[in-house]
Design a protein around this ligand. Structure first.
Ligand SMILES: [Ca+2]
Length: 362
């Protein structure tokens, strides 16, 4: 159990923030706009994160603008900054970090101060006493600055800061990632992701994020996060959906989500993408929703009804709904009525009856 406890203590800082704590190596210095007697600026970099007032720096009660500045000694790639502010106890009367409302975190870069973060807490809300602020930039100097005059204070137009520790996390220039690996010389090395990957030539406008994902969509013909997969060949205009590669529409004559299936014998040449049904008639000789079933061969002129294949007329010599039954061989001209097979022109020779299948009496 003792061993487990020790492992937990060692691992915890790595879990919360595994970038380099830049001031860990004693190179940083700190200043503040003014100092209340006994509360020097150095306390913000003394590696003591206790937040009781006598462990903290404290500006005096005469500033209209208060600031606390940390000099890292040289330029670094900064990722985030953690600020520990004075707070004492959890009771209602205990000291709270109300003077931290509206503070800004600024970095000095290219000869000027740039704002990384601005708090927007309004009275009576209180900011958290531990601020973890993203600040992805290159800089040597950082400062917490405020002109905020808290209504809790009776003093007029006074800004005060009581910061106990400022931790700056990042890497040496040219390095990135939780273990500050080398960027290996690339430009635009991101503190989190390192060197930008080459975008696929099929990203719209050639732009992608640090993982290579095309943010603006894909050029025609490609899909996928990185636009490196080809659309199916029969998509209309070669355009398919970026997330799944399905065609939005098919070129004439094809259907299915990937437009691989050929339409049947639709007279328009095209069919519905989801089921292949023809919107209009079938070509002569076919029936069915997809017009892919041939009409019965004894339909006159190969014409039949789209719904069920019913022949419009029968070829001479056949009768019945589907014109499957031959007329009696004893009908003159082989002609019979469709409905009942009765011979139209009468019977040959010695045959009698409606269908000419009875013999005349001798
Ligand atoms: Ca401290």
């Amino acid at each position: 159990m003792a061993t487990l406890w020790w492992i937990w203590l060692v691992l915890l800082p790595g879990v919360t923030n595994c970038y380099d704590n830049i001031c860990e190596g004693n190179i940083c210095t700190a200043r503040q706009s003014s100092t209340r007697f006994g509360f020097p600026a150095e306390r913000v970099i003394d590696k003591n994160i206790h937040q009781t007032y006598n462990q903290c720096a404290h500006t005096s009660e005469s500033d209209q603008e208060a600031w606390v500045m940390v000099d890292l000694g040289m330029e670094y790639k900064i990722r985030n900054v953690v600020i520990y502010y004075r707070t004492e106890g959890t009771s209602k009367e205990a000291w709270k970090p109300y003077r931290l409302r509206q503070y800004s975190l600024e970095v000095h870069y290219l000869q000027r101060w740039i704002q990384c973060f601005k708090d927007n807490t309004l009275f009576p809300d209180i900011p958290s006493s531990i601020q973890n602020v993203s600040c992805k930039t290159t800089a040597r100097y950082l400062r917490v600055r405020t002109t905020y005059d808290a209504p809790e204070d009776s003093l007029n137009r006074i800004a005060i800061l009581e910061i106990c520790e400022i931790q700056v996390y990042g890497c040496n220039i040219g390095n990135y990632g939780p273990n500050c690996k080398s960027c290996e010389g690339c430009e635009n090395c991101d503190i989190d992701y390192g060197c930008p990957v080459l975008c696929s030539p099929h990203c719209t406008q050639g732009t992608c994020d640090f993982n290579g994902n095309c943010e603006m969509g894909c050029n025609a013909g490609y899909w996928g996060d990185k636009c490196n997969k080809k659309c199916p060949m029969n998509c209309f205009n070669n355009v398919c959906i970026k997330t799944n590669g399905y065609c939005a529409y098919c070129t004439n004559g094809f259907y299915g989500m990937d437009c691989r299936n050929r339409c049947g014998n639709c007279s328009s040449g095209s069919c519905y993408i989801n089921d292949g049904h023809c919107s209009g008639d079938c070509n002569i000789g076919f029936y069915g929703n997809g017009c892919n079933r041939p009409c019965y061969r004894n339909c006159f002129n190969q014409k039949c009804r789209k719904d069920d294949g019913y022949c419009e007329k029968c070829k001479s010599g056949f009768y019945g709904d589907l014109c499957k039954t031959p007329c009696s061989p004893n009908c003159l001209q082989s002609a019979c009525y469709r409905s009942n097979g009765a011979c139209i022109e009468g019977c040959k020779g010695h045959w009698a009856g409606a269908q000419c299948n009875g013999k005349c009496l001798e």
